[in-house]
Write a protein that binds this ligand. Sequence first.
Ligand SMILES: *Cc1c(COP(=O)(O)O)cnc(C)c1O
Length: 349
Amino acid sequence: MTLPEPPPASLRLTIDKAALAENWRTLDRLSGTAEAGAAVKADGYGLGIDNVMPALLDAGARHFFVAHWSEVGDVLRYVRGEQVAVLHGVANAEEAAYAKAAGCVPVINSMAQARCWTEAGGGTCHLMIDSGINRLGISPVEAGDPAIQALQVDTLMSHLASADEESVLNERQLATFRAVLPQVQAQQISLANSAGIALGSDYHFDLTRPGLALYGGVPRVELSRDIRQVATIEAAVLQVRNLQPGDTVGYNAVWQAQEPTRAATISLGYADGILRSWGQGGALQHGEHRLPIIGRVSMDMIVVDCGDSQLKEGDFCSLPYGLPQAAEVSGLSQYELLTVLGHRFLRQS
Ligand SMILES: *Cc1c(COP(=O)(O)O)cnc(C)c1O
């Protein structure tokens, strides 16, 4: 049996490609003499590779970062392998062989990875120095090791742990990274993520690696004026009902009407990435009207108080998704707000 196309989705994720492109240009400009790349891991921070790659390419981005080898295929529909860096590197011969076949560039993160890459035939790679985040990367003292010296390093990089804060760790990591630079031959140097770009020119080197801020995240106030919102969320009203005093709403009856209340059930739930934490103080918006969330967020539904709005079945409401504000309301990080978004949205631009 062949099914017809399904009817239009009752929830929409709209990606403002012009804003995304402008954010890349802004971050490239703020990177000074360095060039901005683009982190597109986790399906373009949840917005969809096919939505984000064309906009980033139009804007002028040339260097792309993913975490997993499974993410490479989608990106290679838009760029050449040498433009794609894989942050998890090569853990074994199978991954090294895949890297060779794809022509993508592994980020070498350990002595074992360095040997693995060399044994697979070597070639251009990137090298991650752990300057203090203690996650991935070789330690500074390992930089002089023959296994590292044998690598053909394109980008020598490190990653900041606290670039979104005023922290002594930033200067410490910068100093640690600087001390390694003379020891490793490389084509270019890279340190800053989105927040690191706002730390100033000392942190820029040759290539910056913004992710979050491309997609509308504001990790530091210095960026708040220039970064534009990229993702907006809308969902349809499934039903409207009139509640009487004493009626309760949703699982475990945690909300109870104190007065006659019009309530609307919205097609949006935690399976879509709108987690339960939105229930404490979150609200949807319809025109001028703020519609507080009442009761628990369910898997597929959220109930809101219609107040004096004329909301009716089939209307679309928006969930305010400006990331800094949405993070405060939901208690989630701006990163989580993007990457939790589920697969039922009609992603449109
Ligand atoms: C994810 C990631 C980035 C991008 O960081 P943002 O904070 O999203 O700008 C840059 N570099 C590395 C190594 C990463 O893992």
